[in-house]
Design a protein around this ligand. Structure first.
Ligand code: SAM
Length: 193
């Protein structure tokens, strides 16, 4: 893609993001799409041989782009996004990728187990407790035994409460602070202990 095509692409993604944020602030729950630096950190370790990858809450697809840039084939990528406008945008932008207009909490009903990674762009900490548990439960229901759940957060504490981490028997890997994001964010990787 040329520089001007890429910047046109970025500004139309930003306009769509802002429109959806104004329409549904609670659901979108971020002031801008994530940066490319955060997207690279979220997708660290993925590659052509990774196997199946699921993404929760892709929005305009910043993390989806990074997953595909890592070499994961589109047919191995499945997205769960609630917003109909984002879904239409994602289907057009990423041919070959499966896009469900559905809540992340329904993933276990729509995807076979054995997934290598769930990459989540969801505003997990601002969700009600029951929904958050349903989402993380659905992720671990489809993840392979060594599969990982990757989640960023803007705040100082982990994006999952300690009770959820211990109830699911998870280990946590805390990444570096990503300053090149608005606001700065940190990536956490969760696996079964
Ligand atoms: C903070 S935005 C993140 C967008 C993108 N991942 C990024 O980082 O730029 C959160 C996204 O999650 C979506 N979302 C919120 N609740 C959801 C749910 N239960 N299931 C799937 N998507 C959801 C919103 O519509 C929005 O697109």
């Amino acid at each position: 893609m040329t520089v001007s095509a890429s910047s046109r692409h970025l500004s139309s993604d930003l306009a769509l993001f802002r429109r959806r944020l104004l329409q549904n602030p609670r659901q979108v729950s971020a002031i801008a799409p994530s940066s490319r630096t955060l997207a690279r950190a979220m997708t660290l370790g993925l590659g052509p041989q990774t196997g199946r990858v699921i993404e929760f809450g892709p929005g305009t697809g910043r993390f989806t782009e990074a997953i595909l840039d890592r070499g994961v084939p589109p047919e191995n990528v499945t997205l769960f996004e609630l917003d109909a406008e984002f879904v239409a945008h994602l289907r057009k932008k990423f041919p070959g990728v499966t896009v469900h207009q559905a809540g992340a909490e329904t993933a276990a009903a729509l995807v076979d187990p054995g997934v290598t990674a769930v990459i989540s762009g969801l505003p997990l900490l601002s969700m009600p407790d029951g929904l958050r548990q349903a989402i993380v439960g659905a992720a671990f229901a489809v993840l392979a035994p060594r599969g990982r759940y990757v989640q960023f957060t803007y705040g100082p504490s982990p994006p999952l409460p300690a009770e959820t981490i211990s109830a699911l028997g998870l280990t946590v890997n805390k990444g570096h602070k990503i300053w090149a994001n608005l606001p700065p964010a940190r990536v956490y990787r969760f696996r079964r202990a």
